[in-house]
Write a protein that binds this ligand. Structure first.
Ligand code: NAP
Length: 276
């Protein structure tokens, strides 16, 4: 079968910056799988038609990034549990009969990066999650599943944080605070799932919220992680981790779903780490 027959893509807007084509090509090369994986720029008004055309023309799987994750959830004919929990998806898979399945690998990719690459056992942690967008939703559920002791969610728009906590429905473990209501609280894991590093803004959080051995994790990487890293360093976090590993792990989860084989993510991580 020709490489064209195994067609995959990532949809976003913009998309030129996406590392997904390079990551999937590296995974495929490792495992001797022939595929084509292209980056498709689709403006929001064109997204649904572009995705439907891609699958109608034989596309087998698509990743989806900003700003289309919720639209991708909406257009799917089937949704996995991870997709339904997040209400936003990054992985679409062609099923027989023209159906499209939606899945979210952000949460699993985050946990795999934290626990396997960075050897942090999440069980028993008191975690603070900043943000309540699509990625935060997936990460909130993943943190709960991974066994954090408590999860506190804060967001600029507090209603969106409340909606995640309500959906999780374990008020003794998962609750919200106002962004400026964290005085007196203390955490050993702070996860930034806002897009402040991209859109601009500051992490005006009390210095006292970190315990001595705390880890700060930013879903962003590269230049977009600079502002949160600056805050984490200033308040004395012991460890700072960025989202490059999560990016590669969530890609590996999608790859495994499509191809039935799990790639070795470490060589790809080492390669991209030289650039970010
Ligand atoms: P999203 O749905 O657009 O959510 C953005 C979040 O950031 C919302 O909670 C928003 O608050 C908050 N925010 C934006 N600007 C802010 C500001 N100036 N001050 C305070 N809060 C602000 O985006 P997403 O898909 O969840 O992605 C969030 C970030 O994670 C992005 O930077 C993305 O690149 C990154 N990400 C990384 C990976 C990875 O694999 N490493 C995967 C997914 C996402 P409001 O609700 O108030 O608007």
């Amino acid at each position: 079968m020709s490489a064209e027959a195994h067609r995959y893509a990532v949809f976003g807007h913009p998309i030129a910056h996406s590392l997904s084509p390079q990551i999937h090509a590296a995974f495929a090369g490792q495992l001797g799988i022939q595929l084509s994986y292209e980056a498709i720029d689709a403006a929001p008004a064109e997204f649904e038609e572009a995705v439907r055309r891609f699958f109608a023309e034989g596309g087998l799987g698509a990743n989806v990034t900003l700003p289309h994750k919720e639209a991708a959830f909406a257009l799917a004919t089937e949704r996995t549990d991870a997709a339904a929990r997040a209400g936003a998806v990054n992985t679409l898979t062609a099923l027989v009969g023209g159906k499209i399945q939606a899945h979210n690998t952000d949460g699993s990719g985050f946990v795999r990066d934290v626990t396997e690459r960075h050897s942090l056992d999440l069980r028993g942690h008191d975690a603070l999650l900043l943000g309540a967008g699509g990625a935060a939703k997936a990460v909130a559920w993943a943190l709960m599943d991974a066994g954090v002791q408590t999860l506190t969610i804060v967001n600029r728009t507090p209603e969106r944080a409340d909606a995640i906590a309500d959906a999780i429905g374990e008020p003794a473990r998962c609750h919200t605070r106002y962004w400026d209501g964290l005085d007196g609280e203390c955490f050993d894991l702070v996860v930034n799932a806002t897009s402040i590093g991209v859109t601009g803004g500051t992490f005006d959080l009390p210095m006292s919220i970190l315990q001595d051995h705390s880890t700060c994790y930013d879903l962003c990487y590269g230049a977009a992680a600079a502002s949160f890293k600056g805050w984490a360093t200033a308040v004395g976090a012991r460890y700072f981790r960025d989202g490059l590993g999560m990016l590669i792990e969530q890609a590996a989860d999608a790859f495994e779903r499509w191809h039935g084989q799990r790639p070795d993510t470490d060589p790809v991580y080492q390669l991209l780490r030289q650039r970010f």
